[in-house]
Design a protein around this ligand. Structure first.
Ligand code: NAI
Ligand code: MG
Length: 335
């Protein structure tokens, strides 16, 4: 999202992490460096190797680096992923999780012409630490829906739609059963929508949405939903367009943002130069749009689109035999 106007120089926090995180980060920075934008990279450590070396998976210095930067690029962590990424999201109050679902040629996408964004609430719902406990009968989890957090995420989704020329926002809930909590979500959805008269609205039940994503995925533009539903629907979205090596994501807060591929550290292929860097590259393109460098974002994305359309230089996961850096070189040549 264009939260800031373009600057002369940006400070980027770079946290490559473990395994292929390091490889896809190197490949992405190789292309970023050719865009004619002045980036200052500040590297931070996090993840399994960092834990082994320093005794903590997420050192304070890394959090400081992320705090002070205009944006953060994160590769992947290994077994410590939950400690690292969940903790960063909490510390930086990153309330929005963005998962684009877009079909590209020469991939395992099940459909053509899919291009929508899932905007997931990331701070409440069913996923709050401490709101789950054992009882005499078994266990219980509380699902928390507040007007403040839901209106913040819904407003974010509408602003995103407006700034990215999307014409419709779909609110997803289960208000027929969860009459109070999701009843409130639905009510707030239509309240916020009034501030965006140019953007069309619709709302669906989450179960129906799970089906519509398969039967009419091209009809969606922006989906906004609560934490658990967003988690599930975004992985369904990833399945629709095929392949972990292609799926980027963003975590956005009031004054901090982190961009990361959805995949992990892939120990099975790490260190072999086989990783597909496109998910990391697409994450960095979301970062470019976030800092307002839209032209560079378009240029970078077109270069990837051309590479995929040509289909000659692809990594193993897409049926090719190119290495991570060969792919990066080819994308750079397409700029
Ligand atoms: P994974 O995403 O690392 O790998 C799953 C499969 O997809 C593997 O066969 C891998 O080779 C392949 N793959 C993933 N990304 C690829 C890419 N860019 N190019 C080509 N092939 C790719 O998930 P997995 O195996 O469940 O977890 C491995 C480690 O990663 C675990 O320690 C896990 O905790 C961590 N992890 C970290 C995440 C994060 O940092 N956000 C997210 C998911 C897992
Ligand atoms: Mg998930």
């Amino acid at each position: 999202m264009n939260t800031s106007k373009t600057k002369d120089k940006y400070q980027l926090a770079i946290v490559p992490g473990d395994g292929i995180g390091k490889e896809v980060m190197e490949a992405t920075i190789y292309v970023l460096d050719s865009l004619g934008i002045d980036f200052e990279y500040v590297y931070g450590e996090a993840g399994d190797e960092c834990l082994e070396k320093t005794g903590t998976a997420l050192p304070k210095e890394t959090l400081e680096i992320i705090k002070n930067a205009d944006a953060c690029l994160f590769g992947a962590a290994g077994e410590t992923a939950a400690d690292v990424i969940v903790k960063i999201r909490q510390e930086m109050k990153m309330f929005a999780n963005l998962r684009p679902v877009k079909s590209y040629p020469n991939t395992n996408s099940l459909f053509e012409n899919i291009d929508f964004m899932i905007v997931r609430e990331n701070t409440e719902g069913l996923y709050i630490a401490g709101e789950e406990s054992y009882t005499d009968e078994g266990a219980i989890a509380r699902r928390i829906i507040t007007r403040e957090a839901e209106s913040r995420i819904i407003d974010y989704a509408f602003r995103y739609a407006k700034e990215n020329n999307k014409s419709k926002v779909t609110g997803v809930h289960k208000a027929n059963v969860l009459k109070k909590s999701d009843g409130l979500f639905k009510e707030v959805f239509y309240e916020v929508a009034k501030n965006y008269p140019d953007i069309a609205t619709e709302d669906f039940y989450v179960d129906a949405t799970a089906m519509y994503l398969i039967t009419q995925p091209e009809s969606f533009e922006v989906i906004v939903t609560t934490n658990l539903f967003g988690d599930i629907l975004s992985d369904e979205g990833a399945g629709l367009v095929g392949g972990l090596g292609l799926i980027p994501s963003a975590n956005i807060g009031e004054d901090a943002a982190l961009f990361e591929p959805v995949h992990g550290s892939a120990p099975d292929i790490a260190g072999q130069g086989k990783a597909n860097p496109i998910a990391m590259m697409l994450s960095s393109i979301m970062m470019l749009r976030y800092i307002g460098e839209n032209e560079a974002a378009e240029k970078f994305e077109s270069a990837i689109l051309k590479l995929l359309t040509d289909g000659n230089i692809l990594t193993g996961d897409l049926g090719g035999s190119a290495s991570t850096m060969e792919l990066a070189e080819a994308v750079k040549n397409n700029l």
